[in-house]
Write a protein that binds this ligand. Sequence first.
Ligand code: F1P
Length: 592
Amino acid sequence: MQHWQQPSYEPYLPVTEKSNPITRDIDRANPEEIVQMLQKCDAEIFERTSHGNPMYQTLCSSSVVQTIVEVSKRVEVILKDPEDSLIVLSGCGTSGRIAFLLATSLNRWLASHHQKQIYSYIIAGGDKALLTSQESPEDDPFLGALTLDKACVGKKHVLFIGISCGLSAPFVAGQLDFCLRNLKIITPVLIGFNPVDMARTEPIQNCSFHFKEIAERMNELQKQKKAYVLNPAVGPEAISGSSRMKGGSATKVILETILLAGHEAACNNKAITFNGILHSLNKFEKVHQITYSHTKELAALVEKAAVSLRRKGHVYYLGWQTLGIIGIIDASECIPTFGAGFEDIRGFVSNGFSEMNNKEGDLSSLGPHFIIDHKDFVHTILPNLSDNDTVIFLYSENDDLNEVSALAKSVRQHTSNLHAIAHELTGLSDPDRMRSQFMAVLTIKWPSSLHKYNPVLMKQHCELSTKWCLNAISTGAHVLTGKVYMNYMIDLRVTNSKLYRRAIHILKRFTGSTQAYCETALLRAIYGIEELSDGMSSTNVTQHTLVANERGSVVPIALVMLQSRGTIAEAKSYLDAYSVIRDAVAACQRLL
Ligand code: F1P
């Protein structure tokens, strides 16, 4: 049995919030060790057995595979009769971004085959949330239901897939509740990575249900094939609670398996079978093995990115097609996860918003966070680029390699610190010509046996592989610059109720203080005052998170205050003096 599966291991936390024993000392590891730890953590996604623990099912458990078969058949039915039908993929944060990526990619594929585009995506906070973290709408079940209601107008058959890795987001709970009230039209599917017993039970404001109640009702309805719950345990995240990592990857694997099986059944008459689904999941496991067989090269990129961040330089991902979008997503998630600055890691995609193809169109007028086109990079960033910055190109053999070369040439005039992650699919291109353009190229060669020249599958594999590489680079770089304490995201932004609870847990974990004491320290840090007024302590969590959204480093400040029994100003001065949060805490403890 895995250590984290034992009932006594962090018993009060759901799997998705537990700390992973593999990465306990990640903050003391070197780049190669970091990548090896991430490799092991990600391998847990494909764990074959739950080691006799009946509490957990895994991705390859027969009950999970069977549910994937059933849901794929629903997709097949809709694709065969697309009139008045819709498949909605929805989620918050990373889950919504994965929903967006899949819905837009598959709609594009359908359009290119002159078929009706039947996919739609919903992300809490709207399209702005694709590029920036908009976590407060996640707490709003009514907004979730309303957005889904609007999407379903005029439809007679809807397959709704709601994703909440932690089985926790009120936005998704509200949508699922809406589905349960409209089962004649909508079949709801819930994807997440906790057993239903561990779904969130915290009351939702102005709401008669909580997440667990909804998940339980869906579990019951699954017997009548009216609703489905897909919730394998894939193990705790490498950085505790950071569901952008395993949660996002496992969501991608499950959804792509379902949707591809549905498409192949509808378009190529390929029957959806248990073994076929298992085979597809095994292919994704192979993607994991192939990607992480490049540990040394990946570790070298982690190191380069960390050096850039340490020198107050930047990391830029320049990608083509959806690989560029994967880059933008990875970069944008560093801000709420590590308390990173917006300029630290940034992503750009060729053709910007026309490549994104998002519902709300070009968002570039909303400000610098929404500037994502390679052309913008060339105009605004390139002139000031230096060797302190790390530039990483993301492309595959299917991209316009002349365009890749031309941009590489321009970048080389400013920095030699230019790298690439390149996907070789057929081996028909001239890799040597491309290799000479970069300081180093991490070339991932895909055996044709894996995708049999199926372009959709090839693309999905390259995307997941790129996601793993970039998650490793951005996480590793922040770990090496001291932004993680053991395996906790200590400088998280406290912008919704889930993150508020996580912040208090982190403070309890490191100080051993009581819940009430930790919450008071957190509120002092959020409001920037030593003495809380009565009104402040009693204000609701939403109010606290709105204020926290405007403040930086509230958890590190609260932690140092608790450890040193000092004031806010003293805590801030420790943190200013030490860039590594663990060092700041150690220093203030030495003085006690
Ligand atoms: C949704 C989410 C995460 C994000 C952060 C806040 O989580 O936005 O994607 O990383 O943890 O919550 P979930 O509903 O998928 O569990």
